[in-house]
Design a protein around this ligand. Structure first.
Ligand SMILES: NC(=O)c1ccc[n+]([C@@H]2O[C@H](COP(=O)([O-])OP(=O)(O)OC[C@H]3O[C@@H](n4cnc5c(N)ncnc54)[C@H](O)[C@@H]3O)[C@@H](O)[C@H]2O)c1
Ligand SMILES: O=C(O)[C@H](O)COP(=O)(O)O
Length: 531
């Protein structure tokens, strides 16, 4: 019986679907072309979703997707997935960043050449029986100044091809260093404005974000040379289509080639369709057999590995977690969850900060995931209304104004290794800590007291004045209530004349017993909780 259900809602390669089907834990349903309300009606049944760019994964979809754990995007752009809503709902979003790079660079390059040589228009006249050799004089790309916005994977591949065609490449990318630009033999522009001023051709290879929306605006398009060509094979909103139309009409721009549009599919009466020199394709950048096989197979394995074993590759809303790291930090995760939950139960309410310290060999590991796990345990113990998990824990903490700090110490005094978690409120610090006895995780420190107890089960925590008779009273009260004691750890602080007792019990003590204990003179605090 499959444990996870995965919906493939956009067409991906058959090999990708087969790769998902090979996992006995996964049941795959391919159901493409769903209308938004149809998706809303069924998404609640699924743990995984595979999309390309058609399926819009909106906040409404996330609200209905009660079981969804991960979305795999067979491709690069994730602008059809509401990333904030994904994070808030604790859903990992993964893409396949490199599988369609070459195909898209080739498509963009093809658009540029087709535009320069009027290929679609000439083709149309030939098959219409005309032999018009005068109307379609083109321009060479050799020697032209090419502006590339975005020197990531696709931009870089485009640059290499442009250089082979003798173009002078000027690139703008906020992450492009002078050394890398030199290595790629491109001129580094410090701003998008500087890249575009005086360019003959522009091609875009950047994601669509609030910041990049209409990055190719009227001012930047106007700063290009008269007769300039525009190529967009990245995302629709990057080009201000209205401004481009105006500049095409005025003759400042000579032509435009688009694979992507502000609205997809574009309306049949799209103003740019009237342009004389233009090439339009229906979002075909990644549509090659090779690219689809690459991204289909890659997304299938990523989703399967996440659902079945927790590995995270190419996530866009949380750190990645490869199998090796997962294996090395895996044993610490139960302890981390327990420490977080315990602190939420016995620490003060709303705290200002959580401090996680790793002492001893654990300090040498990649502890990011362990800290997230502590935080998840803490928040899930403290905020029952929110479904907190590893994906959304940092966002939930941020919304609460809770600061997280992590520190490492190479040697753990008194222990081989130790994970210490402290909640800070005002000037006060409340600390719990845990270690391993052999392979078994143990809680060894609670609020200034050394204890020794398990990391899971049902617990009774009692803080009392250090005086005779309390342990006996606890034992007999639990016995009378029919609650069996599995383990008991007692710790006293002589200087404060205080003691704590942590009792692991086989069943939850009745409320009446807790109330009786709380009313007993000398008993200061009684908590019953599960870890
Ligand atoms: N038409 C298609 O079918 C198709 C196919 C694949 C990818 N794409 C689109 O192409 C885009 C690029 O893909 P990629 O694989 O090269 O991504 P990438 O992440 O490798 O590269 C994107 C680059 O853009 C840069 N960037 C971000 N903001 C910028 C800004 N304001 N100005 C200049 N540079 C900026 C980044 O630093 C990065 O280097 C993607 O966003 C995707 O949406 C389209
Ligand atoms: O971002 C991408 O990978 C491309 O836009 C491809 O989109 P598609 O998978 O819908 O073809």
């Amino acid at each position: 019986m499959a444990t996870y259900r995965v919906l493939v809602s956009d067409p991906i390669s058959e090999k990708g679907v087969d790769a998902l089907r090979t996992a006995p834990e996964i049941q795959v349903d391919v159901n493409t072309g769903l209308k938004p309300d149809e998706l809303l009606a069924i998404i609640g049944d699924y743990h995984g979703l595979v999309v390309r760019s058609q399926t819009k994964v909106t906040p409404e979809v996330f609200a209905a997707a009660k079981n969804l754990k991960a979305i795999g995007r067979a491709g690069v752009g994730v602008d059809n997935i509401d990333r904030n809503a994904a994070t808030d709902h604790g859903v990992v979003v993964m893409n396949t960043p490199s599988g369609n790079t070459i195909s898209t660079a080739e498509h963009a390059f093809t658009l540029m050449l087709s535009l320069a040589r009027n290929i679609p228009q000439a083709h149309a006249t030939v098959i219409a029986g005309k032999w018009d050799r005068k109307s379609f004089e083109g321009v060479e790309m050799n020697g032209k100044r090419l502006a590339i916005l975005g020197m990531g994977r696709i931009g870089t591949e485009f640059a290499k091809r442009a250089q082979a065609f003798g173009m002078h490449v000027v690139a703008y990318d906020p992450f492009l260093t002078a050394a890398r630009a030199q290595g790629l033999k491109v001129e580094l522009a410090e701003t998008a404005d500087l890249a575009l001023a005086g360019a003959d051709v522009v091609t875009l290879h950047i994601p669509l974000t609030d910041e990049t929306n209409h990055i190719l605006n009227k001012a930047r398009l106007s700063s290009m040379n008269k007769g300039a060509l525009v190529v967009n094979c990245a995302r629709g909103g990057l080009v201000d289509e209205a401004a481009a139309k105006e500049l095409l009409d005025s003759g400042h721009l000579a032509g435009i080639a688009l694979d992507v549009y502000e609205v997809e599919p574009p309306p049949a009466d799209h103003p740019l369709f009237a342009a004389k020199k233009a090439v339009f394709t229906p979002h075909l950048g990644a549509s090659t057999a090779e690219a689809q096989e690459n991204v289909g197979i890659e997304v299938a394995y990523q989703l399967k590995d996440f659902l079945v074993s927790g590995e995270i590759r190419n996530a866009v809303n949380m750190p990645n977690l490869d199998a090796k790291t997962l294996e090395s930090v895996g044993p610490y995760l139960n302890l981390a969850t327990a420490l977080g939950k315990l602190l939420a139960k016995i620490g003060p309410g709303q705290v200002d900060a959580l401090r996680v310290s790793y002492l001893g060999p654990v300090s040498e590991l990649d502890t990011q995931l362990v800290t997230r796990t502590v935080l998840t345990g803490y928040l899930s113990g403290a905020h029952h209304e929110a479904q907190v998990n590893l994906v959304n824990a940092p966002a939930v903490a941020k919304a609460l104004g809770l600061q997280i700090t992590e520190s490492t110490v190479a040697i753990a005094t008194n222990w081989t290794e130790l994970i210490e978690v402290s909640a800070v409120k005002g000037g006060e610090t409340f600390t719990v800590a845990g270690t391993f006895f052999g392979n078994a995780p143990r809680i060894v420190h609670i609020l200034g007291h050394n204890v020794e107890t398990n990391t899971s089960g049902q617990f009774l925590f009692v803080e009392n004045d250090d005086r005779p008779g309390v342990v006996g009273l606890l034992g007999s009260s639990l016995g009378t209530a029919g609650v069996n004691i599995a383990n008991m750890s007692l710790s006293r602080n002589k200087s404060l004349s205080r003691a704590v007792t942590v009792i692991e019990v086989d069943s939850e003590p009745p409320v009446s017993l807790l109330e009786t204990l709380r009313a007993t003179p000398g008993i200061l605090r009684v908590l019953s909780f599960g870890l």
